[in-house]
Design a protein around this ligand. Structure first.
Ligand code: AMP
Length: 440
């Protein structure tokens, strides 16, 4: 069916009505890129947000309401659906859409286990010899503690098996911290069913890289590498967040490291998923350190997408369709030889307590006037004709330029034009990468 859409009729290529599931900065970046495709006639997002509404029609359906998403896709007659967040993928939205005859971008629920279950991904890596941190799986705190004591190496990393909104990874500096973490996860069920099983693993050191890749079940094509800044405060201090800014490409990801990752990680991962009967189609994000795999994500990362997609030269929709139809090997995936930087503007107090509903000023139609910088909306809403904050991460100000230094300058200059009460941003996004480029 997908081929019919692509090859079109005598009149030419059939154009497509597309739905993007999700409503954050990542989805805004996907929507903006899809809009550039000549194949895309009509674009929707569900639920979308206040800024996405400037680029696509929005329908307020929760991304995890699988029944309602499928019903909406059928009702509107979408030709193709892009499922962006991890939860609906793990809940089987792509499988449900396929049953309804609607092709979609993203892995099946079985393949999404590569992110949704740390035990699945660690066991996969062990079975197929993919380099990763040494680990064991436990269901009881006592047994886990006995293993940690026998290993006697700190810090030790304790991970809840399931999805836990990015909060299920605890790095414990000593025995007492490890005891508390295990007790909270297993006995007190702090992360609900996600923590019924835990992975205890060795702490890895070294630079961390995010590599997003398109995958069609057989072939994997990596995108530009990127670097996230997870901590809330400058100098990598404060609490872990969803990400306070990103840069691409990541200077630590040299051609040699990329080649090593291709041979030792990317190709074996694709083969392993095929061998397990759940070929991976969609966007795979791999975070190596060493290079050893820290984690897999089964979808575009947020805010990595906000620096990687602006550098994509090829037609995103064509590449996505190739992932779904298994023709990625014959499809060009090309990136600009430039750099990108994204600075996140967050609500003061994030990732803990913060207020919503603050008026955002400095934007016209969601963008900074007179600037070629792109503002991706993560947590914004429209209220009484005004744009207001509606989440922890509010906006991502993203710029591309011939050098990383220039991209950062542009992103920071544009971010100075945007205001809301208690706005918080890091002042040092990209500093580590700039130092690495200078050889420091
Ligand atoms: P994950 O959800 O597995 O990616 O973990 C979240 C973050 O915790 C990663 O991006 C790393 O910064 C850190 N982390 C996870 N596992 C390890 C490890 N074994 N050693 C060091 N840091 C880790």
């Amino acid at each position: 069916m997908l081929h019919t859409c692509l090859h079109g009729t005598k009149e030419g290529i059939k154009r497509m009505k597309i739905l993007v599931v999700g409503g954050g900065g990542r989805e805004h970046a996907i929507v903006k890129k899809l809009k550039e495709s000549p194949l895309c006639t009509e674009l929707w997002a569900a639920p979308g947000n206040g800024g996405i509404a400037c680029d696509a029609k929005c329908k307020n359906i929760s991304a995890t309401d699988i029944e309602a998403q499928v019903a909406f896709a059928k009702e509107e007659g979408f030709d193709y659906v892009v499922v962006a967040p991890d939860d609906p993928l793990a809940l089987g939205l792509v499988d449900r859409l396929a049953e309804a005859g609607i092709p979609a971008f993203g892995p099946s629920a079985a393949a999404a286990r590569i992110e949704a279950s740390k035990v699945f991904s660690k066991d996969l890596m062990k079975k197929y010899g993919i380099p990763t941190a040494k680990y064991e799986v436990f269901t009881e705190a006592d047994a886990a503690m006995a293993y940690i004591k026998a290993e006697g190496s700190y810090p030790v990393v304790i991970k809840a098996d399931g999805l836990a909104l990015g909060k299920g990874v605890l790095i414990c500096g000593n025995e007492a911290e490890a005891e508390t973490a295990l007790h909270e996860m297993i006995d007190e069920k702090k992360f609900g069913a996600s923590g019924t099983r835990v992975v205890v693993e060795e702490f890895l050191t070294g630079p961390e890289v995010s590599v997003l890749a398109f995958a069609d079940g057989k072939t994997l094509k990596p995108m530009a590498s990127s670097m996230d800044h997870k901590r809330a405060l400058d100098g990598d201090q404060g609490l872990n967040t969803g990400g306070m800014g990103t840069i691409a490409p990541n200077p630590c990801y040299t051609a040699e490291v990329a080649e090593e990752c291709a041979k030792q990680i990317f190709e074996p991962t694709m083969k392993a998923m095929q061998a397990e009967g759940c070929p991976f189609k969609g966007c795979l994000m791999i975070t190596p350190k060493g290079p050893r795999v820290i984690e897999y994500n089964c979808r575009f990362g947020d805010p990595e997408t906000q620096v990687v997609l602006p550098l994509l030269e090829s037609d995103l929709l064509k590449v996505m369709l190739a992932c779904t139809s298994g023709t990625l090997a014959d499809t060009e995936v090309k990136f600009k030889n430039e750099s990108a930087a994204c600075v996140i503007l967050a609500s003061g107090g994030y990732p803990e307590h913060y207020e919503k509903g603050k008026e955002i000023t400095g934007l016209v139609n969601g963008q900074v006037p007179g600037s070629d910088v792109v503002v991706y909306h993560a947590g914004t809403a429209e209220k009484d004709g005004k744009l207001v904050t509606s989440g922890g991460r509010v906006l991502g100000v993203s710029a591309t330029a011939p050098t990383l230094e220039k991209a950062l300058e542009k992103a920071y200059a544009a971010s100075e034009q945007i205001h809301f009460d208690k706005l918080h941003k890091r002042a040092d996004i990209g500093r580590r990468a700039l130092n690495a480029l200078k050889g420091e």
